[in-house]
Design a protein around this ligand. Structure first.
Ligand code: GTP
Ligand code: MG
Ligand code: ZN
Length: 315
């Protein structure tokens, strides 16, 4: 008789294979009876995942069979309802699915150490729009300053919720906990901004490793090395991820980019040309709005930088 298939969620991928969390415990299994280290059966590799870095991603819903002790095998992967992806290598065509089946991306930055970086927030926001996800913009380390970054008002005006927090003092943590409840989120941002620290503050039992910030460069030290799916008390889940140096754009074309900036997209109907890139065309509604401040200059700068980076991309 073959072993029964069991539903599970992929919670971690590393050299040992793929760690899954079962929906229902297996009696006699170590710990809480819910975790198995799995290999992935060959036939899954052969399906349409050749252009993906790994056949399964953290957050994937899978069917597994238990073999012995804490080992098993992934035998099927359910269709993903959403993904947060970037290129596996800069400008490349292989997709790195950072998180699957998420509702929302929590974009984490810091007020300082490292300094607040709206360009990265805008990059991730564009990917969030492309992926039809929700966004929450969190600025951590509020204890290191007195004023929130001025850009936050612009994000709020665009309809993106923002939250000023401090994992150190606990400011904003109750609200973050409430925001994370009942849904699946993925945190993303530079190394050292305090993504893991915030999640530990939300739920101490998570016990995530926390690193330092280089005193000279102000950069993080890449403490979290791989994404991990974490269940939350009272429902919901969150995927902690490794800090990114830059957030590459996977599958986004230059033509699509303007539509991924809410403010630019809203002004596009007033441009003379329907395919206006808003960079040099006459009678451009976006350029006019820039002149009288109806669109924030930092947002347009981010748009231009991203457009340029798409020029450099392979293919
Ligand atoms: N002052 C201050 N420091 C903080 C705060 N939150 C985190 N830190 C510090 O920032 C450093 C980095 O924190 P981590 O939680 O490891 O950052 P991360 O974003 O998970 O970094 P990676 O895993 O490398 O991507 C640690 O030294 C933390 O103690 C905060 O609210 N205020
Ligand atoms: Mg971390
Ligand atoms: Zn235009």
């Amino acid at each position: 008789m073959s072993a029964p298939e069991r539903a599970a969620t992929v919670v971690r991928l590393d050299a040992r294979g793929c760690l899954v969390r079962l929906d229902e415990p297996i009696p006699g299994l170590a710990g809480d009876g819910l975790e198995l280290w799995c290999g992935v059966r060959g036939r899954i590799h052969l399906r349409d995942r050749r252009h993906q870095k790994t056949p399964v991603a953290v957050g994937d819903r899978v069917q597994v069979v238990h073999s012995q002790e804490d080992r098993g095998a992934v035998v099927a992967i359910e269709a993903r309802r959403s993904t947060l992806s970037r290129p596996a290598v800069r400008g490349g065509r292989v997709e790195h699915v950072m998180a699957a089946n998420v509702d929302r991306v929590v974009i984490v930055s810091a007020l300082d150490e490292p300094p607040f970086n709206p360009a990265l927030v805008d990059r991730i926001l564009a990917v969030v729009e492309f992926s039809h996800l929700e966004a929450l913009i969190v600025v951590n380390k509020a204890d290191l300053g007195t004023e929130p970054p001025p850009e936050l008002a612009a994000y709020e005006a665009l309809g993106y919720p923002t939250l000023l927090a401090s994992a150190l003092t606990g400011a904003g943590i109750a609200e973050l906990r409430a925001q994370l409840g009942g849904r699946t989120s993925v945190v993303a941002g530079h190394s050292g901004v305090g993504k893991s620290s915030l999640l530990n503050a939300v739920q101490a039992e998570l016990g995530l490793a926390v690193g330092g910030v280089n005193a000279v460069t102000g950069r993080g030290t890449h403490t979290t090395t791989a994404a991990v799916w974490l269940g939350l008390e009272g429902g919901g889940a969150v995927i902690d991820t490794a800090g990114v140096r830059e957030f590459g754009l996977f599958g986004i074309s230059k033509r699509e980019l303007p539509w991924l900036f809410r403010d630019v997209a809203a002004l596009a109907p007033s441009c003379r040309y329907p395919d206006c890139s808003h960079t040099h065309e006459p009678s451009c509604g976006v350029q006019e709005a820039l002149l009288d401040g109806r669109i924030a200059a930092f947002r347009f700068e981010s748009y231009l930088k991203m457009l340029e980076s798409l020029d450099e991309q392979v293919g």
